[in-house]
Design a protein around this ligand. Structure first.
Ligand code: BGC
Length: 896
């Protein structure tokens, strides 16, 4: 009998929690599920959803093969409503068992659901003052059965109910474009409520709202006043609801935090904390705010996501105590001190690298990155901040005479994104490189996709995420995270369609909001990437207006010749030819880069319009794309296939974005790109724009071996050069650290920028060989291109349908390929160097063919002749849930 195992419990929208979701913001949430295993031949032909709302149980059946984002079949949910959903699936009349139940509780959907008011302390918590603690009280008689806390703030908050943290999340409510969207969160605090008096305390830090942001030294960009909105709702046995909501009756006092800033660090006074808290309770004031801006969370909260124990302590040439945590990361240092004199001071400074044996703090520019503590002097004290973040591998600690390595650890902090992608190979440097990409993703996905986590920026640079989104969406589930950021982007887009270069826009200058190719194109490319990788048409619906506005705006400025020339452009930012002090001066002509992007974005908008059924618009944008491509070819390409400025990047983009309509020109351009790569001695010469494209361009031009030479190059500039220099994250520039160990003098010298790691997406798709062929990986192309220097590679990805994996090994003249295809999907499998493919459905599949070692040539002979495909030896196993054999599963990072 053909049948499926139990599907997974349905997922609500993009929420990533297991089983129970709180504060759902969508009254008609779309549902998705996976089918972990099924017998051979199974196809979902129908599903049934069971939705329990209070006493009523509703069942909805649909004849459909859809498993992702199926429409909510019931009436819209209302605020606070709790709903339980399960699903079962059928192959004609054979039904699976019911899935586990998943539960969601709706948040506060309407402004009128809030009885709380925004409150701000009077006489405390001023711009240069410490973090205030705001408190309210509620008497709860015996018989509380449920308690929910809803909260948000201007600033960031730490919340305690009866002295216990309400959650392990930090820096809530995170960072959104606060003028347009202020996120609130919902917490289950049932277990913290006690009979009798209950105290709710919120300490407010500056965070993104009022702290320093940007390199111009600006602070309090959103406002000068911290404020809090909170509502504790306690449901009693008899159905009554007791509410403690922020209002004018709350009070405020000082906390132990004397100053706090995301860039500069936190100063904490544990010595006088109690004295300060017991004196000077002040009233709060109700402040007027717009509740229409409140939005529910879409992605995960920011949390401590791991710890890194210190590796080594030593004394620097200048006599300072330095600590190495062995890994560049983001978070803070937690240290234990013993027996210090009350009132003495402990200071922790942070840096990503060492120079001349001391912390290389110049790269932090104006960010101080210092945490300091006035200790209470009790026997053992654990010191850690709450309202700051640092990007660092090394720390310098002063004030602790007998510092021990076991007393120090890095608390790694970031958005709590589920890990969904793994890669490994027989090449150690390459594995470390991939690990570095993972760490730089972790370090820069902190509510907003940032450029870097350490210096006076840490901003949502649109260009960086535009090029990195495919890699990120392989490594982590970033749907809710990026959907939220895209909502900010739409909200901040200017009426003429221009996209500020950083989102949320804290720079707010005309120049930094002017249309800039590759950066503004994030409005089009990021939603398109999410659609392709997660199969969510909803994101296209939501973003289509923004996508269209961007290309319309650019079309208006390009004029009748359809060339985007002049104006402010970043071009192929930070290519190795650009001098350290002038990252704009890349070899690729900025007009070529800009016009190429316009053609690409127009093409995407045309395709998106088609998918959305906007046929007339689809035709119009396809026509514009055609015109721009023709203009590009005419203006920038010579008949012999040379593209203007003759740089690796211009060929890569012209080839990858189909900008060379003439086949002959295309062939010549392919040859020229190959020649340039050879002439460079197999060194990468691309900046942000060309880096994610060049290996794909070489591969599709029939030169994977050149892409492999670039990838495995270790001299500077190259992807592996930083690895040979001991890098543990991806650097901003190819030579952030120079071969002699000095830190690059350029302003742009971060050691933790994901942008140049964007090649990892090609590694997954081409080196290991797992690529999506249709949205959400519903169909896949499995086509490993084994580099000569590798004996094996493996990749694993939790697609929206379930786990897909590819693992190949080349040994003693044989090539072995193991493939897992999840239920609901299918794959075209190509064996090396062949244009023929085999079509496979869910399950595990295996090939073992003759393939001379050291020669990525055609397979020598076919030895398993008992199957119906050209390679033979396809051993099918029906149950896709089995772990793949062979190499141990590669791991995502030390944290997973
Ligand atoms: C950032 C980049 C960003 C760039 C734009 C830099 O300061 O760190 O990653 O995209 O500016 O030019």
């Amino acid at each position: 009998m053909v049948s499926a195992g139990r599907p997974s419990a349905p997922r609500f929208e993009h929420r990533t929690e297991d089983l129970v979701v709180l504060g759902l913001g969508e009254p008609s949430p779309r549902l998705s599920w996976k089918i972990p295993h099924a017998s051979e031949g199974f196809l979902q032909t129908a599903y049934e959803l069971e939705i329990t709302r209070g006493e009523s149980v509703e069942r909805f059946t649909a004849a459909s093969s859809e498993q992702l984002f199926v429409d909510w079949p019931s009436e819209p949910l209302s605020s606070r409503e709790r709903v339980t959903v399960r699903v079962r699936v059928a192959y004609y009349s054979d039904w699976s068992e019911w899935s586990d139940e998943s539960v969601a509780e709706v948040g506060l959907l309407n402004a009128g659901d809030w009885t709380g008011q925004f409150i701000s302390p009077m006489g405390l918590g001023g711009l240069d003052a410490g973090a205030p603690t705001l408190s309210g009280w509620l008497e709860v008689p015996r018989g509380a059965v449920k308690a929910r806390l809803y909260a948000t703030a201007h600033g960031v908050y730490r919340a305690h109910l009866n002295g216990k943290p309400v959650s392990d999340a930090v820096l809530a409510p995170g960072w959104t474009s606060y003028e347009h969207r202020l996120r609130y969160h919902a917490y289950d605090v049932t277990s913290l409520v006690q009979d009798g008096a209950n105290t709710l305390d919120f300490t407010l830090g500056n965070g993104w709202y009022r702290g320093r942001l940007g390199w111009e030294g600006k602070r309090a960009i959103y406002g000068e006043r911290l404020s809090l909105l909170a509502q504790l709702e306690v449901t009693m046995e008899d159905g009554r609801c007791l509410i403690l909501a922020t209002n004018g009756e709350w009070t405020a006092k000082e906390s132990e935090i004397i100053s706090d800033d995301l860039y500069d660090g936190q100063r904490t006074d544990l010595w006088n904390a109690e004295v300060r808290a017991s004196t000077g309770t002040v009233p709060v004031e109700v402040v007027d705010e717009d509740y229409g801006r409140l939005v529910a969370q879409e992605g995960p909260m920011i949390r401590p996501i791991g710890v890194l124990p210190a590796q080594r302590i030593w004394s620097s040439p200048a006599g300072r105590t330095l600590v190495d945590f062995g890994q560049n990361a983001v978070g803070w240092v937690r240290l234990r001190v013993r027996g210090l004199t009350a009132g003495s001071e402990v200071v922790v400074r942070h840096a990503e690298a060492l120079e001349d044996g001391e912390l290389a703090i110049r790269a932090l520019r104006s960010a101080k990155a210092i945490d300091s503590y006035i200790v209470a002097g009790v026997n053992v004290e654990t010191l850690e901040p709450a309202f700051t973040l640092h990007g660092f591998r090394y720390a310098e600690v002063s004030g602790v005479p007998d510092l021990r390595v076991e007393d120090l650890e890095t608390v790694v902090v970031g958005s709590d994104l589920p890990c969904t992608g793994w890669f490994s190979s027989s090449h150690e440097l390459l594995n470390r490189f991939h690990e570095n990409v993972v760490w730089s993703t972790r370090s820069n996905f902190i509510d907003v996709p940032t450029d870097c986590p350490q210096r006076d920026e840490r901003l949502g640079w649109t260009g960086d995420i535009q090029i990195f989104a495919p890699t990120a969406s392989f490594l982590y589930d970033v749907t809710g995270f990026l959907a939220s950021w895209l909502a900010d982007l739409s909200a901040e887009q200017l009426p003429d369609g221009s996209v500020p270069h950083v989102i949320p826009d804290v720079i707010r200058s005309e120049l930094m909001s002017s249309p800039a190719a590759a950066w503004g194109d994030a409005a089009v490319i990021v939603p398109w990437t999410l659609y392709q990788r997660y199969g969510d048409v909803g994101i296209l619906h939501r973003q289509f207006g923004s996508m269209r506005a961007w290309v319309d705006g650019v079309l208006r400025i390009v004029g009748p010749d359809r060339l985007w020339s002049g104006g402010f452009q970043y071009g192929d930012w930070l290519d190795p030819a650009a001098p350290p002090e002038d990252p704009f001066r890349a070899k690729a002509d900025p007009d070529v880069v800009a016009t190429g992007h316009l053609a690409r974005s127009l093409q995407i908008v045309a395709e998106a319009a088609n998918i959305l059924g906007r046929i007339e618009e689809a035709k119009r944008y396809a026509g514009h794309a055609e015109d721009v491509r023709a203009a590009f070819a005419q203006a920038f390409v010579t008949p012999s296939g040379r593209v203007l400025s003759d740089a690796q990047t211009v060929y890569a983009l012209a080839l990858e974005w189909s900008l060379l309509p003439d086949q002959d020109q295309r062939r010549r351009a392919e040859r020229r790109l190959a020649d340039l790569v050879r002439a460079s001695g197999f060194h990468i010469n691309t900046g942000f724009v060309g880096t994610p494209l060049i290996c794909d361009a070489l591969t599709s031009a029939g030169h994977p071996e050149l892409a492999h030479s670039l990838l495995l190059q270790t001299g500077c500039p190259s992807w592996l050069y930083p690895v040979t220099m001991g890098a543990t994250t991806i650097w901003e520039r190819w030579d952030s650290m120079l071969p002699d160990g000095r830190v690059n003098q350029g302003e742009m010298t971060s050691f933790n920028h994901y942008a140049l790691g964007a090649v990892a997406d090609w590694m997954h798709r081409s080196v290991a060989g797992l690529a999506p062929a249709s949205p959400g990986y519903r169909t896949m192309i499995i086509r490993p291109q084994p580099p000569e220097a590798l004996h094996s590679a493996a990749v694993r990805h939790l697609t929206p349908y379930g786990e897909a994996s590819v693992s190949w090994q080349r040994r003693r003249g044989r090539f072995r390929l193991d493939v897992t295809v999840p239920v609901g999907t299918s794959a075209r499998v190509y064996l090396p160097d062949s244009a023929d493919f085999v079509h496979v459905r869910h399950g595990t599949h295996q090939w073992d063919i003759a393939f001379p070692d050291g020669h990525p040539d055609r397979p020598r002979a076919l030895e398993f002749g008992d199957s119906d495909h050209p390679y033979g030896g396809n051993q099918h196993e029906g149950d896709a849930h089995k772990r793949q054999r062979g190499d141990a599963a590669p791991h995502c990072s030390a944290l997973s």
